[in-house]
Design a protein around this ligand. Structure first.
Ligand SMILES: [Zn+2]
Length: 431
């Protein structure tokens, strides 16, 4: 990677803007742990917190700063997760949906990393010499080089390393994929007993119920893979900035919302309601345990940031039918900060998904770029830290890209596209 243009721009700006404070020379000693849980929301968490069923989330809230998180106008997860990782609106970062229609074939191709036009927080920190590790983040395949490691979202699918031909780039470095392949669990490898912990009653024999039961395994498999990869990597290759994305909460909300709140959708059988009515709340408890596992790795230098991308609601009634998929997304998600230099017991007001990258930069002692669309959530940060490291700005962190880099912004087709499309269809995201 080239030296960022931003440094040169900053120096140039500093020469003219004499009122601007000089860059801080005091480096910040910190590790950032960014944990993303797709579709997590307060309406479901509230009663569970009251019942004491989410002890780790409760600890984060009482010892840290938390609040509602405002999402974007486009409530499609790859779009929002890219805004979280860049601090920029979709028009700037270029990822506009789950998939893009290929002009030639008319086929929907799932969105891929080359469509992103701007630097992600792991690129910016990596260019500043920070080591980074990213696991499972949406729209990161094919893996781009980073100052550390990156395990793409496609690693969780049935694409065996080495069998996709040259340039499959499931991970960076590419050889990492084979080293962690033993941790990948596919949905048909999830034992019935593991999935049955989320339902009431025995594993169903009825065909309809059985099919619905098996859908749960997709959520378990993908989260279990990301969790175990993230934990092993944290142990084997510690980094300064660590980000992991978990998809399952979103999946179970789409699949079992009407079982939890039967009046929210078309009629379901009493059997389904009884069997699947608690899947979502039990999955939240599962996530509390996953979070506890990550937080065990936090030392006195670690700041943990927990975020979702949007919330959920039931299918939307429209005349005599219901709209599923993206129509079930609600624009309010969850944000929480915990650990080093985080204000204690604060509630955030009006936080946006766009504020996460600027806030990470401020916590790491780096300026925020003026071309980012979010701002630093200063209420979340300890006042002493802010006094010693006031929020500074620079024009941009964008690199001077070669013209050929930006010419091709169509999603890249992969051998697992049918599987990705099938999952998007199962959740109602595409037709
Ligand atoms: Zn969703």
């Amino acid at each position: 990677m080239k030296r960022p243009l931003a440094i040169a721009l900053f120096c140039a700006a500093a020469l003219v803007a004499t009122s601007c404070s000089p860059p801080s020379v005091e480096p910040v000693e910190r590790k950032i742990m960014l944990i993303g849980i797709d579709g997590m929301e307060w309406d479901i968490m509230g009663p569970l917190l009251e019942e004491g069923r989410l002890p780790t989330f409760a600890k984060v809230m009482s010892e840290g700063t938390w609040g509602e998180l405002r999402s974007l106008d486009i409530l499609e997860s790859p779009v929002i997760w890219t805004s979280i990782a860049t601090g920029k609106l979709p028009e700037k970062h270029g990822i506009m949906g789950f998939a893009k229609k290929q002009p030639a074939s008319g086929q929907l191709v799932p969105v891929t990393s080359n469509v992103r036009r701007v630097e992600a927080i792991w690129d910016i920190l990596g260019n500043e010499g920070w080591s980074v590790g990213i696991v499972g983040w949406l729209a990161t395949w094919p893996a781009e080089p980073v100052n550390g490691y990156l395990v793409t979202d496609y690693f969780n699918y049935g694409w065996a390393p080495g069998r996709g031909g040259k340039g499959e780039r499931l991970t960076f470095p590419p050889a990492l994929a084979a080293d962690i392949e033993d941790l990948r669990i596919l949905s048909d490898e999830v034992p019935d007993e593991r999935a049955s912990a989320f339902i009431n009653g025995a594993v169903p024999e009825d065909e309809v119920l059985r099919k619905r039961f098996d859908s749960l395994k997709t959520c378990i498999a993908t989260d279990e893979t990301s969790r175990s990869v993230a934990l092993r990597m944290a142990d084997q290759m510690p980094v300064d900035f660590y980000a992991v994305y978990l998809k399952g909460v979103d999946g179970v909300c789409h699949l079992y919302w009407v079982d939890m709140i039967p009046e929210s959708g078309p009629p379901i059988s009493r059997e389904e309601e009884a069997m699947f009515g608690d899947v979502i709340t039990r999955y939240y408890e599962e996530m509390d345990g996953v979070l506890a596992g990550f937080m065990e790795m936090a030392d006195e230098n670690t700041t943990v940031i927990l975020t979702s991308d949007h919330g959920h609601s039931g299918p939307k009634p429209t005349g005599d039918y219901y709209r599923w998929g993206i129509a079930m997304h609600d624009p309010t998600g969850v944000i929480a900060f915990w650990g080093k230099d985080i204000a204690e017991g604060q509630e955030l007001v009006d936080a946006s998904v766009l504020d996460i990258t600027p806030t990470i930069l401020a916590l790491c002692g780096f300026p925020v770029a003026e071309d980012m669309d979010g701002t630093v959530l200063t209420e979340a940060i300890d006042r002493d830290f802010l006094r010693a490291h006031p929020v500074r700005t620079i024009e941009t962190y964008e690199l001077e890209r070669e013209p050929t880099d930006v010419a091709d912004r169509e999603p890249i087709e992969s051998p697992i596209d049918d599987e990705v499309r099938e999952r998007l269809r199962a959740l109602g995201y595409i037709e």
